[in-house]
Design a protein around this ligand. Structure first.
Ligand code: ARG
Length: 387
């Protein structure tokens, strides 16, 4: 294990829903939601629910505050200046795969309509009893590309989704006749009974951007693309002592997530050698800086293509400046900010952004979003075919 303080935290295990914590900590945000103090009788209702392991009796307005503050608290997010703009859809009455699917299609539609990407959180039913069975979305994001293992061991598509792809096939999903590197995956949803249901996704439901470069005409021929909006669907939203296990949310992309990670990481789409070769660079000599030059061209293509298609996406310099404004604003308001330096600093040109030079500290917060064990690894998880 590395001794670097940033990386020792980097792969903190996904945590299972936690037991009831201190009501003082769990309920503190409700004072802010009530612009002062939570009335004593309301506090008593929340405390009784917490003690009994029942879902918090949040009103829709309180749930909206919970979602916004969870975003404001989330230590890995550089985009938090905009936390007040989160739209929260109260879907706590829904827990069946069919009902969730309909609501998710609406989430997708709302997010993609118009030019500006709206930040939305959709909250489905929590477990009836703390730690009990609850609905889940098995996809880590609502949009994602299949990853098919080939006979030679290589993967066509997104290696990050290999297991999900194999599992979708087992559930009866039929990939396109000619599988490609960017085939959109169906959804896999389960209700409180835990049984996974396949939900096909119409191919036009997801907005995508074909990548091209403002000065390199051949770039388009690489056939690269990405979807417009990341909608995280695998995390648990914790608020007022309740763990919402199905609570998908989205912001908008920062270009480097696509250009310096998804399409560039060796364990993802691994496109740097291909781009560097097209650029005529010597890929045998690290000192030719072929990786760095390929990264810059790829990132420029991402910024250019999303802007040309009118899809909101922020560059890492602007995002860093916005995060510095967020820090200043929170300081003025007397609130400490929990943040992970290794997540906040962009993966390219780190030291050219102000966040690199800013010490940051992480500490537990609530409400917040957390990793949770994937349904695949649950003791009752169905076996996944190795194809
Ligand atoms: N990094 C993830 C991806 O590339 C998305 C994480 C959330 N990002 C965001 N901008 N809200 O798909």
């Amino acid at each position: 294990m590395s001794s670097c303080p940033f990386h020792s935290l980097a792969d903190a295990p996904a945590t299972a829903p936690t037991a009831a914590a201190d009501p003082g900590t769990e309920l503190a945000f409700l004072d802010e939601a009530h612009r002062g103090t939570l009335p004593v009788e309301r506090r008593a209702e929340f405390e009784a629910a917490l003690a009994a392991g029942l879902p918090a009796p949040l009103t829709s307005a309180e749930l909206t505050w919970a979602g916004r503050i969870a975003w404001r608290n989330h230590s890995r997010c550089i985009g938090r200046l905009h936390w007040r703009s989160l739209v929260v859809r109260d879907c706590r009455a829904l827990s069946s795969p069919d009902d969730m699917a309909e609501s998710l299609r609406e989430h997708l539609r709302l997010v993609q309509e118009g030019e500006s990407v709206r930040s939305i959180l959709t909250v489905f039913a929590p477990p009836a009893q703390r730690g009990g069975p609850a609905p889940r979305i098995w996809n880590p994001q609502l949009c994602g590309y299949a990853g098919y293992r080939q006979t030679d061991g290589s993967i066509l598509g997104d290696p990050a989704n290999e297991r999900l792809t194999a599992f979708a096939c087992r559930l009866g999903w039929r990939p396109p006749r000619q599988p490609g590197a960017f085939d959109l995956l169906p959804w896999i949803l389960s209700g409180p009974d835990g049984s996974p249901q396949l939900v096909p996704l119409p191919s036009d439901a997801v907005r995508q951007v074909r990548l091209r470069h403002p000065r390199l005409p051949w770039f388009e021929d690489l056939g690269l693309r990405w979807y417009a909006v990341p909608i995280i669907s695998g995390m648990r939203f914790r608020a007022a002592g309740t763990d919402f296990t199905a609570a998908p949310f989205n912001g908008w992309y920062m270009g480097t997530e696509i250009g310096a990670r998804n399409l560039a990481d060796p364990h993802r789409y691994h496109q740097l050698p291909r781009i560097a070769t097209r650029l005529g660079l010597d890929t045998t000599d690290p000192r030719s800086l072929w990786k760095d030059r390929a990264l810059i061209e790829l990132n420029e293509a991402v910024l250019h293509s999303y802007a040309a298609d009118g899809v909101k996406l922020v560059d890492h310099h602007t995002a860093s400046d916005e995060f510095m404004r967020f820090l200043a604003r929170e300081k003025e308001l007397g609130r400490a900010v929990s943040a992970r330096w290794d997540w906040i600093v962009p993966p390219i040109s780190g030291a050219a952004t102000a966040v690199f030079h800013t010490p940051l500290q992480e500490f537990p917060c609530t409400p917040d979003f957390h990793g949770q064990p994937s349904p695949f690894t649950a003791p009752t998880a169905p076996e996944v075919c190795p194809r």
